[in-house]
Design a binder for this molecule. Sequence first.
Ligand SMILES: [Zn+2]
Length: 215
Amino acid sequence: MNIILIGAQGSGKGTQAELLEKALGVPHVASSDLFRKAFDEKTELGLKAKAYVDRGELVPDDLTVAMVLGRLEEPDCRNGVILDGFPRTVAQAQALDKGLQEAGRQIDLVIYLNVPREELLSRLSGRYICRANQHVYNVHSHPPKVPGVCDLDGSELYQRSDDTGEAVQRRLDIFFNETIQLLDYYGGQHKLREVNGNQQIDQVQADLLKTIQES
Ligand SMILES: [Zn+2]
Protein backbone atom coordinates (compact mmCIF):
# COMPACT_ATOMS: atom_id res chain seq x y z
CA MET A 1 0.00 0.00 0.00
CA ASN A 2 1.37 3.42 -0.99
CA ILE A 3 0.44 5.99 1.62
CA ILE A 4 0.98 9.74 1.81
CA LEU A 5 1.02 11.35 5.23
CA ILE A 6 0.11 15.04 5.15
CA GLY A 7 0.67 17.26 8.16
CA ALA A 8 2.12 20.63 9.04
CA GLN A 9 5.48 20.99 10.69
CA GLY A 10 4.95 20.23 14.36
CA SER A 11 2.07 17.82 13.64
CA GLY A 12 4.19 14.83 14.68
CA LYS A 13 4.12 13.47 11.13
CA GLY A 14 7.77 12.32 11.13
CA THR A 15 7.44 10.51 14.47
CA GLN A 16 4.21 8.81 13.37
CA ALA A 17 5.72 7.79 10.02
CA GLU A 18 8.63 6.15 11.86
CA LEU A 19 6.20 4.21 14.06
CA LEU A 20 4.15 3.17 11.02
CA GLU A 21 7.31 1.95 9.31
CA LYS A 22 7.90 -0.44 12.22
CA ALA A 23 4.25 -1.50 12.52
CA LEU A 24 3.63 -2.08 8.80
CA GLY A 25 7.10 -3.07 7.62
CA VAL A 26 7.08 -0.62 4.72
CA PRO A 27 9.72 2.11 4.47
CA HIS A 28 9.16 5.69 5.58
CA VAL A 29 10.45 7.90 2.77
CA ALA A 30 10.92 11.52 3.82
CA SER A 31 11.69 13.93 0.99
CA SER A 32 14.31 15.72 3.11
CA ASP A 33 16.22 12.41 3.60
CA LEU A 34 16.00 11.69 -0.13
CA PHE A 35 17.61 15.01 -0.96
CA ARG A 36 20.29 14.63 1.67
CA LYS A 37 21.17 11.14 0.44
CA ALA A 38 21.22 12.19 -3.23
CA PHE A 39 23.51 15.13 -2.37
CA ASP A 40 25.84 12.96 -0.28
CA GLU A 41 26.06 10.21 -2.89
CA LYS A 42 26.39 12.80 -5.69
CA THR A 43 23.88 11.00 -7.89
CA GLU A 44 23.04 12.60 -11.25
CA LEU A 45 19.68 13.85 -9.95
CA GLY A 46 21.29 14.90 -6.68
CA LEU A 47 23.88 17.06 -8.45
CA LYS A 48 21.21 18.67 -10.61
CA ALA A 49 19.04 19.41 -7.57
CA LYS A 50 21.98 20.75 -5.59
CA ALA A 51 22.76 23.29 -8.32
CA TYR A 52 19.31 24.82 -7.71
CA VAL A 53 19.67 24.73 -3.94
CA ASP A 54 23.11 26.37 -4.15
CA ARG A 55 21.64 29.19 -6.21
CA GLY A 56 18.93 29.61 -3.58
CA GLU A 57 16.22 28.42 -5.98
CA LEU A 58 13.50 25.84 -5.53
CA VAL A 59 14.21 22.41 -6.97
CA PRO A 60 11.84 21.93 -9.96
CA ASP A 61 8.99 19.48 -9.43
CA ASP A 62 10.01 17.10 -12.22
CA LEU A 63 13.41 16.63 -10.59
CA THR A 64 11.91 15.95 -7.16
CA VAL A 65 9.33 13.57 -8.65
CA ALA A 66 12.09 11.69 -10.50
CA MET A 67 13.96 11.29 -7.21
CA VAL A 68 10.88 9.98 -5.40
CA LEU A 69 10.00 7.59 -8.23
CA GLY A 70 13.59 6.31 -8.28
CA ARG A 71 13.35 5.57 -4.57
CA LEU A 72 10.03 3.72 -5.06
CA GLU A 73 11.71 1.39 -7.54
CA GLU A 74 14.09 0.09 -4.89
CA PRO A 75 13.28 -3.45 -3.66
CA ASP A 76 12.28 -2.46 -0.11
CA CYS A 77 9.43 -0.33 -1.53
CA ARG A 78 7.88 -3.20 -3.50
CA ASN A 79 5.10 -3.76 -0.95
CA GLY A 80 4.46 -0.11 -0.33
CA VAL A 81 5.80 3.10 1.08
CA ILE A 82 4.91 5.89 3.49
CA LEU A 83 5.64 9.23 1.84
CA ASP A 84 6.32 12.13 4.19
CA GLY A 85 6.92 15.72 3.07
CA PHE A 86 6.06 15.08 -0.55
CA PRO A 87 4.00 16.11 -2.46
CA ARG A 88 3.61 19.62 -1.02
CA THR A 89 1.62 21.20 -3.86
CA VAL A 90 -1.13 20.10 -6.24
CA ALA A 91 1.31 20.45 -9.16
CA GLN A 92 3.64 17.96 -7.44
CA ALA A 93 0.75 15.62 -6.69
CA GLN A 94 -0.27 15.65 -10.36
CA ALA A 95 3.32 14.99 -11.47
CA LEU A 96 3.60 12.15 -8.94
CA ASP A 97 0.33 10.57 -10.13
CA LYS A 98 1.52 10.72 -13.72
CA GLY A 99 4.90 9.16 -12.89
CA LEU A 100 3.34 6.41 -10.77
CA GLN A 101 0.83 5.60 -13.49
CA GLU A 102 3.66 5.14 -15.98
CA ALA A 103 5.29 2.77 -13.49
CA GLY A 104 2.03 0.83 -13.06
CA ARG A 105 1.51 2.01 -9.49
CA GLN A 106 -0.68 4.46 -7.64
CA ILE A 107 -1.24 6.23 -4.35
CA ASP A 108 -3.74 4.15 -2.35
CA LEU A 109 -4.36 6.25 0.71
CA VAL A 110 -3.72 9.82 1.86
CA ILE A 111 -3.98 10.63 5.55
CA TYR A 112 -4.19 14.17 6.89
CA LEU A 113 -2.82 14.43 10.40
CA ASN A 114 -4.98 17.29 11.61
CA VAL A 115 -3.57 19.56 14.33
CA PRO A 116 -5.09 23.04 14.91
CA ARG A 117 -2.89 25.96 13.96
CA GLU A 118 -2.80 27.34 17.53
CA GLU A 119 -1.50 24.00 18.82
CA LEU A 120 1.15 23.83 16.07
CA LEU A 121 2.26 27.34 16.94
CA SER A 122 2.60 26.46 20.60
CA ARG A 123 4.51 23.25 19.84
CA LEU A 124 6.89 24.89 17.36
CA SER A 125 7.56 28.18 19.12
CA GLY A 126 8.14 26.31 22.40
CA ARG A 127 10.98 24.28 20.90
CA TYR A 128 14.46 24.57 22.39
CA ILE A 129 17.52 22.48 21.59
CA CYS A 130 20.76 21.93 23.47
CA ARG A 131 24.07 23.21 22.17
CA ALA A 132 26.06 20.04 22.83
CA ASN A 133 23.87 17.32 21.28
CA GLN A 134 20.77 18.98 19.82
CA HIS A 135 18.47 17.28 22.34
CA VAL A 136 14.98 18.65 21.81
CA TYR A 137 12.80 20.21 24.54
CA ASN A 138 9.50 22.01 24.56
CA VAL A 139 8.60 24.54 27.24
CA HIS A 140 4.95 23.39 27.10
CA SER A 141 5.03 19.63 26.59
CA HIS A 142 8.57 18.51 27.50
CA PRO A 143 10.32 21.13 29.65
CA PRO A 144 13.84 20.58 31.04
CA LYS A 145 14.16 20.01 34.83
CA VAL A 146 16.18 23.22 35.16
CA PRO A 147 15.09 26.04 32.80
CA GLY A 148 17.63 26.67 30.03
CA VAL A 149 19.78 23.60 30.82
CA CYS A 150 19.83 20.19 29.07
CA ASP A 151 18.81 17.32 31.41
CA LEU A 152 21.12 14.89 29.64
CA ASP A 153 24.40 16.77 29.22
CA GLY A 154 24.03 20.07 31.13
CA SER A 155 24.63 22.22 28.06
CA GLU A 156 22.78 25.45 27.33
CA LEU A 157 19.37 25.34 25.60
CA TYR A 158 18.68 27.78 22.78
CA GLN A 159 16.01 28.49 20.21
CA ARG A 160 16.88 28.14 16.53
CA SER A 161 16.04 31.17 14.38
CA ASP A 162 13.65 28.84 12.46
CA ASP A 163 11.65 28.30 15.64
CA THR A 164 10.97 31.91 16.56
CA GLY A 165 7.40 33.16 16.30
CA GLU A 166 7.67 34.98 12.98
CA ALA A 167 9.50 32.18 11.14
CA VAL A 168 7.02 29.63 12.47
CA GLN A 169 4.04 31.75 11.33
CA ARG A 170 5.57 32.01 7.86
CA ARG A 171 5.99 28.24 7.56
CA LEU A 172 2.48 27.60 8.83
CA ASP A 173 1.14 30.14 6.29
CA ILE A 174 2.71 28.12 3.47
CA PHE A 175 1.14 24.94 4.81
CA PHE A 176 -2.35 26.35 5.36
CA ASN A 177 -2.40 28.29 2.07
CA GLU A 178 -0.74 25.80 -0.25
CA THR A 179 -0.27 22.27 1.05
CA ILE A 180 -3.81 22.22 2.40
CA GLN A 181 -5.07 22.24 -1.20
CA LEU A 182 -3.83 18.65 -1.47
CA LEU A 183 -6.80 17.69 0.69
CA ASP A 184 -9.22 18.75 -2.08
CA TYR A 185 -7.09 17.06 -4.71
CA TYR A 186 -6.98 13.68 -2.97
CA GLY A 187 -10.49 14.10 -1.59
CA GLY A 188 -11.65 14.31 -5.20
CA GLN A 189 -9.99 10.93 -5.79
CA HIS A 190 -11.75 9.48 -2.68
CA LYS A 191 -8.38 8.59 -1.15
CA LEU A 192 -8.37 11.06 1.73
CA ARG A 193 -8.85 10.15 5.40
CA GLU A 194 -8.31 12.37 8.44
CA VAL A 195 -6.78 11.50 11.79
CA ASN A 196 -6.83 13.75 14.85
CA GLY A 197 -3.19 14.60 15.51
CA ASN A 198 -4.01 16.60 18.63
CA GLN A 199 -3.78 13.59 20.98
CA GLN A 200 -1.10 11.57 22.76
CA ILE A 201 1.44 9.94 20.42
CA ASP A 202 0.16 6.39 21.17
CA GLN A 203 -3.46 7.32 20.48
CA VAL A 204 -2.56 9.03 17.19
CA GLN A 205 -0.64 5.91 16.14
CA ALA A 206 -3.57 3.64 17.07
CA ASP A 207 -5.96 5.82 15.04
CA LEU A 208 -3.58 5.81 12.07
CA LEU A 209 -3.31 2.00 12.10
CA LYS A 210 -7.08 1.66 12.37
CA THR A 211 -7.57 4.03 9.43
CA ILE A 212 -5.07 2.08 7.32
CA GLN A 213 -6.61 -1.28 8.19
CA GLU A 214 -10.08 -0.06 7.29
CA SER A 215 -8.97 1.26 3.91
ZN1 LIG B 1 21.65 17.81 25.47
